[in-house]
Design a protein around this ligand. Structure first.
Ligand code: ATP
Ligand code: PAU
Ligand code: K
Length: 248
């Protein structure tokens, strides 16, 4: 069994897969190292190997690695930056600065289709990356995700206040809002959808219709309906992680 981890800025996505055929045996989303250890323990499984990607600080990541090793005595391999891997060339001037989650998601996307693709990951931040048909990463974009947009509004204004339950209700439509919660939630949602549409425009300018749009990340369902042409692949980072950290 292999434990796979995607340590994002807000959550850790985890899953345990079978070595032989990569079947997913267990998995989930947790908000702390402690919750992760408990969740793995609760599966009753004993993975011998762990591969992980982290966009957290070096310190936070090594603390997590140490607690995994001491709790489960497994071998841990971390995805690292690369100039080139699996036919994809990192497009950053300084390749080590490209977020590893972005790198893995675009490796995963290109691996799945072997043609030009745009990979959009909607999490704490929203990122978009462009890879052409020959595997050259052209670069990408980073902007605030839904949680950051709404929290900035709540934090920096005095009269925007509402709870999570009404926020979810407000998103049942995208008509002009007639109360604060609707105005904010729908406004931010349209920012996200609008962003995705601009990415499609840029891709069309580059490649016409010859590209695949991948959408991944916790908030992928928010833009899914707005772009029926997109392929939603929730585990795209894990697809790339398996390429970056093979078992040899
Ligand atoms: N306590 C929780 N338990 C289970 N799922 C949760 C919990 N909190 C949030 N989620 C869900 O987990 C997903 C988090 O994935 P997401 O890709 O947004 O990760 P992130 O860490 O916020 O972002 P990123 O990896 O881009 O930094 C979201 O779909 C969210 O709704
Ligand atoms: C943009 C995030 C936060 C998205 O998770 C991550 O990929 C990251 O920390 N990237 C480093 C900066 C960059 O990619 O240019
Ligand atoms: K992510």
């Amino acid at each position: 069994m292999i434990l796979e981890l995607d340590c994002g800025n807000s959550f850790i996505k985890w899953r345990i897969i079978r070595r032989a055929d990569a079947a997913v045996l267990a998995g989930g989303v947790v908000d702390s190292d402690k919750a992760l250890l408990l969740a793995i323990e609760a599966t009753g499984m004993a993975p011998g190997f762990c591969r992980l990607v982290s966009v957290r600080s070096e310190e936070e990541t090594s603390v997590l690695v140490e607690s995994l090793v001491s709790a489960f005595a497994l071998e841990v391999r971390r995805a690292g930056p690369a100039r080139e891997l699996a036919g994809v060339r990192n497009g950053y001037e300084d390749f080590e600065r490209l977020g590893l989650d972005r790198w893995l998601a675009l490796l995963g996307g290109y691996h799945l289709v072997k043609r030009a693709c745009v990979v959009i990951d909607l999490g704490t931040a929203v990122t978009s990356d462009f890879v052409n048909a020959s595997g050259e990463h052209l670069g990408g974009f980073i902007c605030p995700g839904m949680p950051l947009m709404r929290n900035q509004l709540r934090t920096h204004t005095r009269r925007i206040r509402y709870d999570d339950a009404s926020a979810e209700q407000a998103l049942s439509s995208l008509a002009p809002g007639r109360m604060t919660v609707e105005a904010v939630e729908r406004g931010c949602m349209l920012m996200l959808q609008g962003f995705v549409l601009t990415q499609i425009e840029q891709a069309r300018a580059l490649w016409g219709e010859e590209f695949t749009l991948f959408i991944t990340g916790g908030d992928a369902p928010l833009v899914n309906q707005a772009v029926p042409s997109a392929q939603v692949v929730p585990d795209l980072v894990f697809v790339g992680l398996a390429i970056a950290c093979p078992l040899d």
